[in-house]
Design a protein around this ligand. Structure first.
Ligand SMILES: NC(=O)C1=CN([C@@H]2O[C@H](COP(=O)(O)OP(=O)(O)OC[C@H]3O[C@@H](n4cnc5c(N)ncnc54)[C@H](O)[C@@H]3O)[C@@H](O)[C@H]2O)C=CC1
Ligand SMILES: O=C(O)CCC(=O)C(=O)O
Length: 750
């Protein structure tokens, strides 16, 4: 396995020194200022006047009197020993003129020798040094590092806001930051993909075998299917340390409900591309953070709905027929026929909250019991209620009229404690509560209290707010039937879920669009055709970023012909993510392409023109000094780049190429050929596009060998050549090469 080279930038004040509050206090005393204690956590960011900063950090200033942070010397030594002295820098925003003071302080406090850089724009320095990780006490610097794709451990005891980048990892102190870095340094591959300036390597072209972490029990056949194509690492997802270690070089993570996939887990997983939830509810996954990090989240909705629905009815019947107590009493040798008072479901009123996949299964089965069904679900149609034989009512009416209430809603802010003390008070005395959805939906304290009073006669509970649940106010109550979240665990459900998750995880790792993505639109097109189209869109995005190396302010997509909106969205995401990989240092995938574009103030627009083009086309256009334009044509099976900067091409662009813009003059082709020949670059094919003789023209030369920088420089000296680009794009898919339809692609679209 490749070893990770971690290159680390450590802040000085507040990281190697004690908290810098004494600096603000000294400035307040000596200079009559009114700075808050945190002013020198980020004095440039807090706009502390330069003269004050010079004094604080200058010779004899209060910075010389700071104490070292606890164990800072020993911890820095460990970093230097493990990562190598060549990979560790102190990067501080103190003024550069205070270098001697800082170096003297480090010597006096017996710090090991470590190089030190002075800059307020720490990212610029970090980029130049190839820094992969940082440790900071300033949120501003941590956020800047994260934006640049550098994982930053932020020393902070504050909870992270919901929109914080997953690359900002909050830790309480330096020791924990270093422990995490040293554990990462143990055995993982590079965190930042090396940008290849010239030759485009699609993400999928990596030859290495994929690594899939499975952190909960899944079906054995599914496991074998995954193991046939990838290395499998089995861990117990409840063991945080094992999880954080295992995801360090994982391409995919497969979880059930017990593994919490938090920002912290995502920050420890730089290669992670897919998280697959072997089940329906994805509330154990931080979806927002996964999407920001460009990670695709999959689930298997519906595959365990029968299982969860039958389990719901099992709990109802267990309560109605007194099964748990009667079973225990009979096993104990007591024959208590008079003690138990079972009742029939027939004739009762059952209220179903949430009539999605599981709720529908419950409704369909309960009809056979001849119950009256009331339902509350504001997001489905009246027709659906009618199909299921359920009377639609509002939530209050449902609460006030049912003998049994059963919940089948997802865990969302709206459904949190949907059954609380107020809702319970509305229930008829003696009602029964069933929850096989999510623990968060029912307030367990209020329910336990109502069960003890007898207002609620009994409850059947499969899910808990915190799982595994080793304690709950419901534990020990005689009128509660509990199961450990096994509603979706039938053999059949595990097999069905396993099949969906294993096949779609592998497909997603191959770059295919899959139907069960939670954070990408579903696709109306078959996977192989869509894959080919998105690969070509990816190439078009790459080409446009080669033509326009500086990030533009607009990225406009025009979709011509009859194209489904979801297909257009996948094409846009593929092209945009590919271009953004060259325009930014972020890890961009189709999942987060639009988010990253918005953060970088790149305006993305998609316009549909369904009146034109028999053969659909996608045109990508960017603004800038000279706007550039690339068009992909798609015959619904194959796709190709057929137009560059409004010059039509005879054949789709593919392979290693030199593309020039020049004025159409005799002899240019010959001069380029002579230069390439001198550098032993073989020309495999050529095409030229021009609007009129002697006017602006484009030439595409396909070459067999990489073109050296020097050759390119010489080509650029030829009179009438204005620009020259070297670019490598994927070859046609093997099954597509030679298809007659490639000729159709070459037809003008209108
Ligand atoms: N115990 C277990 O092992 C299992 C539990 N589940 C859980 O069961 C629940 C339902 O799962 P599915 O039916 O697959 O989901 P689903 O998405 O198919 O259905 C959920 C339904 O709840 C409705 N809903 C959403 N918010 C609502 C609200 N505020 N009030 C009323 N209705 C609302 C939606 O319109 C939808 O019809 C989920 O929480 C899921 O995680 C699912 C499978 C197994
Ligand atoms: O069996 C499991 O993994 C949990 C099932 C579940 O809760 C779900 O699919 O939402």
């Amino acid at each position: 396995m490749e070893k990770l080279t971690i290159r680390l930038a450590l802040d000085l004040d507040g990281v190697l020194t004690e908290h810098p509050a004494p600096l603000a206090q000294a400035a307040n005393r000596a200079l009559g200022m009114q700075l808050p204690d945190h002013a020198f956590v980020d004095s440039a960011g807090c706009n502390v006047p330069d003269a004050v900063r010079e004094w604080v950090y200058g010779p004899g200033g209060p910075a010389s009197l700071l104490e070292a942070a606890p164990r800072a010397q020993e911890l820095l030594q460990r970093l230097l020993d493990t990562l190598g002295a060549e990979n560790v820098w102190i990067v501080t925003a103190r003024p550069a003129r205070s270098r001697a003071v800082a170096e003297d302080w480090l010597r006096r406090h017996r710090f090991p020798a470590c190089r030190i850089e002075f800059a307020d724009d720490k990212v610029e320095v970090a980029r130049a040094l190839g820094v992969t990780h940082a440790i900071e006490d300033s949120l501003r610097h941590a956020t800047c590092y994260a934006r640049a794709g550098i994982t930053c451990f932020l020393l902070s005891s504050e909870p992270a806001p919901a929109d914080e980048s997953p690359l900002v990892v909050r830790v309480p102190d330096l020791a924990q930051a270093i422990e995490r870095i040293l554990s990462l340094a143990g055995e993982i591959g590079p965190v930042l993909p090396q940008a290849n300036a010239r030759w485009h390597e699609p993400e999928d072209a990596e030859p290495r075998r994929r690594r899939i972490v499975i952190s909960d029990l899944i079906d054995e056949k599914a496991r074998q299917r995954l193991a046939a194509e990838a290395d499998i690492v089995d861990i117990d997802g409840r063991d945080r340390a094992a999880l954080l270690k295992a995801v360090q070089d994982a391409d995919a993570l497969i979880v059930r409900s017990e593994t919490l996939v938090t920002r912290e887990v995502l920050a420890a997983a730089p290669r992670l591309r897919v998280i697959a939830r072997a089940g329906s509810g994805v509330d154990n996954i931080d979806l927002e953070a996964a999407t920001q990090a460009g990670i695709l989240v999959l689930n298997a909705p519906g595959a365990n709905a029968v299982s969860a629905g039958e389990h719901t009815i099992a709990l109802m019947l267990a309560i109605a027929r007194c099964v748990p107590e009667a079973n225990a009493s009979t096993h104990a040798g007591r024959w208590e026929r008079k003690r138990f008072k079972p009742f029939d479901l027939k004739g009762k009123t059952v209220g179903i909250v949430g009539l999605g996949r599981v709720g529908s299964v419950v409704a369909q089965r309960l009809r056979a019991f001849e119950v009256r069904l009331l339902g509350y679900d504001p997001y489905i149609t009246r027709e659906r209620f009618a199909q299921l034989g359920v009377e639609p009512v509002d939530y209050e009416t449902l609460l006030e009229n049912v003998d049994i209430i059963t919940f089948h809603v997802p865990a969302t802010p709206e459904t949190h404690h949907m059954l609380d003390a107020d809702a319970i008070a509305r229930l008829r005395p003696g009602a029964i509560v069933i929850n096989c959805a999510r623990g968060e939906v029912v307030d367990p304290v209020a329910l336990a209290e109502a069960l003890q009073r007898g207002h609620v006669a009994a409850a059947g509970i499969d899910v808990f707010p915190e799982e595994p649940a080793y304690a709950s106010p419901l534990f020990g109550l005689p009128n509660v039937v509990l199961t450990p979240h096994i509603g979706g665990s039938s053999r059949e459900a595990l097999e069905a879920v396993g099949e969906i998750i294993s096949t779609t995880t592998l497909a997603a790792l191959r770059g295919e669009i899959v139907p069960n993505a939670v954070n990408l639109p579903a696709a109306s097109l078959r996977a192989p055709e869509l894959l080919r189209l998105t690969q070509v869109a990816d190439a078009a995005g790459h080409l446009i970023a080669v033509l326009q190396p500086n990030r533009p302010s607009t990225f406009a997509v025009t979709v011509r012909g009859q194209v489904a909106p979801d297909v257009a969205e996948h094409v846009t995401a593929a092209a945009l993510s590919s271009a953004l990989r060259r325009w930014s240092d972020r890890r961009v995938t189709p999942v987060n392409a639009r988010l990253v574009a918005a953060e970088l103030n790149l305006l993305v627009s998609v316009r549909f023109d369904s009146s034109a083009a028999a053969i659909p086309e996608f045109s990508f256009e960017v603004d800038g000094e000279s706007p550039h334009h690339v068009t992909v044509r798609w015959d619904r099976k194959d796709a190709g780049i057929m137009e560059v900067d409004r010059f039509s091409l005879e054949r789709p662009l593919a392979g290693h190429m030199l593309i020039t813009h020049h004025r159409d003059r005799p002899g240019i082709v010959g001069q380029i050929g002579t230069i390439l020949g001198r550098y032993e670059v073989n020309i495999a094919g050529m095409q030229v596009g021009r609007h009129q003789r002697g006017g602006e023209a484009i030439m595409v030369l396909n070459v067999d060998d990489p073109i050296p920088e020097e050759a390119l420089a010489e080509i650029l000296t030829i009179p009438h050549i204005s620009t020259a680009y070297v670019v490598s794009l994927p070859e046609p898919a093997p099954q597509m090469a030679g298809r007659p339809v490639r000729a159709a692609l070459s037809q003008p679209a209108d």
